[in-house]
Ligand binder design. Structure first.
Ligand code: GLC
Length: 735
């Protein structure tokens, strides 16, 4: 993290070394001096106390929670005599978490990060981050464990709803903007789960096997961009092993890549229950989180024993100093010391407005045969089927679960899962699409029928002007799906309804791609992801055209699992004992060819391509020109035209299509433009040179090869309508 001194609050340092008196965290001419001053006043025990924290959730009997802690993910004591505040940590990327109802205040439930990513809108990601930071602060937290940026390598990963995309550029830019928004409110954000934590099955046992080059060009690039843009105060290392060592104990990942190559100045906190030894401190881990979940409070007694046995100035005490320095540096950088949070009532309406904006911009219109959408308000009767659309919209489970005051509209309970402290229940947010549609189309008669019986739904649907079938698929932290299908026989309901009424619209509330056996039988398909606290209103506005759809897929939609690098989820079907023995996940199958890159390499055709999304108008592109500058940086410019009859928002995407010695399609940039019919706009994109380079392990650097490069602009990764070539000279970029 490049600490931008200007971004830090200025402090006037009171010389107190001679008097050795404790003074409040002093203002200093800059953060480094302030941190050095504090460290010089701290005892060894005080420094070490910054290195471990508790989870403030009563899952283990007998753990005493500090007086001033808040129910939530974590608490790390401060140093009161020096006015260093404790870290009060809440989850997560989608809002201040509900902690299964242990917290009595509610929070704004954002739509899934996939919906955020489907908006392809960095400014909106920043705005959502500001809301997250504001609400976390109002609840009394000064840390939010947000910034989930793992790549969506498989649509069956249970946590995809907390992540952005299959592409490192889109993921890194949006995560970075969200983090910057959060931290603008003096709440420290993480970026997580570092790294290649891309499945949930056996997450604390499996070993991610991936070449350094493939990791650098995919998962690590997403983190690198997010860190450069957002300057997160902390990086959370993940549960899994990566090429052998645990991520939280990987010297390669933490000391060499993150801290040395990237120059990261913040601190590394572990995931909760991810620490296996006090020696993780020497590998680059700075803070043990949720220590009661580990076998030992490694960074407390075992570390103290190491400090004692090595005597003064040993490697452990040097590491403790370095970790304490990093933690304090981040606290200063984000303003935790200078801007303590004060608990106050949150602005519910303001939060809801942000959530609705994210969902309205993130909904993707996948199919719209016969221009069935937008729905005419003149329709006399509409049948609405399933998805609990008469009560609310679904959300994802696990540590990121958010709920409003009073809790979810209702919840679908399931049995115990692999993580006992994470209850398995699908929370539905109280935002019913049916109510929202009724409010928009007051002269239409709506009939709701649940999706228990295909025959019943088909019989009712027969007479309707149109049928809207809602289909949901729950996902949660801690487990993957073992197929891409809709559960509960929803496919049969959709097929039966489509057979009885050609004007069938399917609204998917899913954590990503699902199989669509009924695809050719339905007229329209809308992906609404996990819609958030105003999901019903947002869905209704899109269906009725009050808001024009503008979302574009941030992930490919495969036809089925046969198109994936791993047709079955690694570890699926293993017994608990087998999982505990650990297993490898060979990510070198696809390497950095994740998602659309995999389809480009294999020539397989997904159901819907990365970047796909229809609007109620059409767009064209022309005059693509590529201008390399003397430093090898490349600027692209092109013109977008609204060639249709209605206003619309387009997301033209620029892709690298070919390099001198390698063919790998890569998203190289994009923009979002709203144009009236006939209106055009010229866009320019500065291409990050790492997207034109390949990671070269031998020289441990990014290499741009000299020669011809082809780039193209299009409406998705498959429909490239304009290409242009240029030449670049060889260049080597710092790691
Ligand atoms: C969880 C998650 C992590 C979360 C943390 C605290 O297990 O992996 O995303 O922030 O623990 O709840």
């Amino acid at each position: 993290m490049n600490l931008n001194r200007r971004a830090l609050s200025l402090f006037i340092l009171f010389a107190s070394s001679a008097m050795k008196i404790a003074c409040a965290a002093p203002a200093s001419t800059n953060a480094e001096e302030a941190v050095s001053s504090l460290l010089s006043q701290m005892t060894a025990e005080e420094k070490q106390s910054l290195l471990h924290g508790l989870m403030i959730i009563p899952v283990i009997p007998g753990v005493v929670f500090p007086q001033d802690s808040l129910i939530g993910a974590g608490y790390v004591p401060g140093v009161k005599r020096l006015n260093i505040p404790p870290l009060k940590e809440t989850d997560a990327s989608l809002g201040v978490s509900y902690v299964s109802g242990l917290r009595k205040d509610g929070a704004t439930a954002l739509p899934s990060s996939l919906a955020m990513a489907a908006a392809w809108d960095p400014a909106l990601a920043h705005r959502a981050g500001v809301m997250l930071g504001t609400e976390a602060g109002a609840a009394g937290f000064n840390v939010i464990l947000a910034g989930g940026v793992n790549l969506v390598r498989d649509p069956r990963n249970g946590r995809n709803f907390e992540y952005y995309s299959e592409d490192p550029l889109l993921s890194g830019v949006l995560a970075g903007q969200s983090i910057a928004g959060i931290q603008s409110q003096h709440v420290l954000s993480t970026v997580k789960h570092f790294a290649v934590n891309d499945y949930e099955t056996g997450r604390t046992y499996h070993n991610a096997v991936i070449s350094n080059a493939a990791a650098r060009e995919s998962d690590l690039l997403a983190f690198e961009l997010a860190i450069e843009i957002g300057h997160p105060g902390a990086v959370m290392c993940g549960y899994n092993r990566i090429n052998g060592p645990y991520a939280c104990g990987s010297n390669e990942l933490l000391n060499k890549t993150l801290k040395k190559d990237w120059g990261y100045k913040g601190f590394v906190m572990s995931d909760w229950g991810a620490v296996k030894s006090a020696d993780f401190l020497l590998s680059g881990l700075d803070q043990q989180s949720g220590a009661q979940l580990d076998e030992k409070y490694w960074f407390r007694e075992p570390l103290s024993a190491n400090l004692k046995s090595e005597g003064r100035n040993g490697k452990y005490s040097a590491a403790v100093d370095e970790s304490a320095r990093r933690i304090l540096t981040s606290m200063y950088a984000v303003g935790l010391i200078d801007h303590p949070q004060v608990i106050k009532k949150r602005d519910v309406a303001a939060g809801a407005a942000v959530a609705q904006a994210v969902e309205e911009n993130g909904i993707v219109l996948l199919k719209n045969a016969r221009q069935l959408l937008p729905l005419p308000r003149t329709y006399k009767n509409i049948v609405v089927v399933g998805g609990h659309a008469d009560e609310g919209v679904i959300s994802g489970g696990g540590s990121s679960q958010v709920a409003p005051e009073g809790g979810p509209a209702f919840l679908d309970r399931f049995g115990k899962g692999p993580i006992p402290e994470l209850p398995r229940a699908a929370y539905y947010m109280p935002s019913a699409p049916l109510d929202a549609m009724r409010a928009l189309a007051k002269n239409t008669e709506f009939t709701f029928v649940d999706s228990l019986y295909p025959e019943a739904a088909a019989a009712v649907a027969k007479r309707a002007d149109a049928v809207i079938v809602f289909a949901t698929k729950w996902a949660t932290e801690g487990e993957d799906h073992f197929n891409m299908r809709l559960p509960y026989g929803q496919d049969a309901v959709i097929a039966a309804v489509a057979a009885s009424n050609p004007n069938t619209v399917v609204v998917l509330e899913t954590p990503g791609a699902v199989e669509m056996p009924w695809h050719d039988q339905v007229a329209a398909i809308v992906e609404a992801w996990y819609p958030g606290i105003r999901g019903g209103e947002a869905i209704a506005n899109i269906l009725y055209g009050a808001v024009a759809p503008s979302g574009r897929l941030p992930v490919s939609f495969p036809v089925d699992t046969s198109q994936l690098p791993r047709p079955s989820v690694p570890g699926a079907g293993m017994t608990a004992k087998e999982i505990e023995r650990g297993f490898d996940i060979d990510y070198n199958i696809e390497g950095s060819d994740v998602g659309y890159r995999w389809f480009a390499r294999t020539g397989k055709k997904p159901r819907y391509a990365f970047g796909h999304g229809l609007t109620y108008t059409s767009f064209g592109y022309r005059d693509l020109t590529l201008t390399p500058d003397s430093t090898g940086r490349l600027k692209a410019s092109f013109t977008v035209i609204n060639t249709g009859e209605k206003d619309g928002t387009d997301t033209p995407q620029l892709y690298l299509l070919n390099q001198p010695n390698r063919t790998q399609q890569r998203l190289a940039g994009w923009d979002r433009v709203t144009l009236k019919p006939g209106e055009s706009k010229t866009i320019s994109v500065d291409v990050d040179p790492r997207l034109l380079a390949n990671w070269d392990e031998k020289s441990h650097s990014w290499k741009v090869d000299s020669g011809r490069y082809r780039l193209g602009v299009g409406s998705n990764s498959e429909e490239i309508s304009q290409t242009a070539d240029t030449s670049l000279s060889a260049a080597s970029l710092a790691p």
